[in-house]
Design a protein around this ligand. Sequence first.
Ligand SMILES: *[C@@H]1O[C@H](CO)[C@@H](O)[C@H](O)[C@H]1NC(C)=O
Ligand SMILES: *[C@@H]1O[C@H](CO)[C@@H](O)[C@H](O)[C@H]1NC(C)=O
Ligand SMILES: *[C@@H]1O[C@H](CO)[C@@H](O)[C@H](O)[C@H]1NC(C)=O
Ligand SMILES: *[C@@H]1O[C@H](CO)[C@@H](O)[C@H](O)[C@H]1NC(C)=O
Ligand SMILES: *[C@@H]1O[C@H](CO)[C@@H](O)[C@H](O)[C@H]1NC(C)=O
Length: 223
Amino acid sequence: MVMNSKKFWYLFFCNILLLAPFVCCKNHGNAANDLLDIINKNRTSQKLPELSPAPGLGCIALQYAEQCMTNCTSNNTIHCEPPEDDFTEVFAPNCGVELPTFGTISGYILGCQQKYLQPPEAFSNVLVQGQKALPLMRNRTYTEAGVGIIGRHKHKGPYIWCVLFSNSQRNTTFVLEDLGKGIEQKRGCYSGTSLPCSGGYKNSAVVKYIWMVLLLVLNFKFL
Ligand SMILES: *[C@@H]1O[C@H](CO)[C@@H](O)[C@H](O)[C@H]1NC(C)=O
Ligand SMILES: *[C@@H]1O[C@H](CO)[C@@H](O)[C@H](O)[C@H]1NC(C)=O
Ligand SMILES: *[C@@H]1O[C@H](CO)[C@@H](O)[C@H](O)[C@H]1NC(C)=O
Ligand SMILES: *[C@@H]1O[C@H](CO)[C@@H](O)[C@H](O)[C@H]1NC(C)=O
Ligand SMILES: *[C@@H]1O[C@H](CO)[C@@H](O)[C@H](O)[C@H]1NC(C)=O
């Protein structure tokens, strides 16, 4: 196979351009983890202990958000309090949280927005709204937190953000069955896992896939 140098450089630069999305942005694809990082940075700046990312609690936060998908108003306010029994009778079993390890949920923040916001904007524009949220997330007694994010329609809003806080003992509460794997979530994403966000949510994996196909087509065309 002979390639002249003009062709080589053309291909070389095209590949670099197309590869950019893979290398430029260090995005592990889980906005719920990013949001918990932001909350923790905000806490440590106040010399407060970091919150452990309990995946079981994160999954319950996502279930909570999912239950409230229809409750976001056009002016981005949300009021939604599922019955208390739902936490142990619906959310925990749906997540594969071992019931005897169900701890105390001592606080929550629920926010919504018609359009998708990146985690830093979601933190300041959705979560830290009103006067109660900031003191709540800076409560010294909290030990663990879980974040869940979901969009009502595929790739369309409104988006619901839910943060649950617990002051139960770290690592021994909200334990997931099956050696911590729990049950596969199909929509949205939650903190404490390395799983990317999916369906009903901005799906960067799809974008990367399309890019990958483009890249292959381009290379085949020129080789
Ligand atoms: C913590 O969050 C509050 C509210 O958004 C903000 O005013 C403050 O600057 C944040 N602190 C840090 C260190 O990011
Ligand atoms: C937001 O919308 C709800 C219902 O649509 C309404 O009751 C409430 O007053 C509105 N709030 C603001 C701040 O506009
Ligand atoms: C959400 O809104 C629906 C109807 O708008 C209402 O029936 C339901 O009780 C709300 N859900 C919760 C958990 O508050
Ligand atoms: C912190 O959380 C605990 C447990 O939920 C609560 O009793 C306490 O009032 C909270 N403290 C503040 C400053 O909000
Ligand atoms: C909880 O687990 C994390 C990571 O698995 C670990 O870094 C941390 O020290 C543990 N905390 C306690 C109190 O055991």
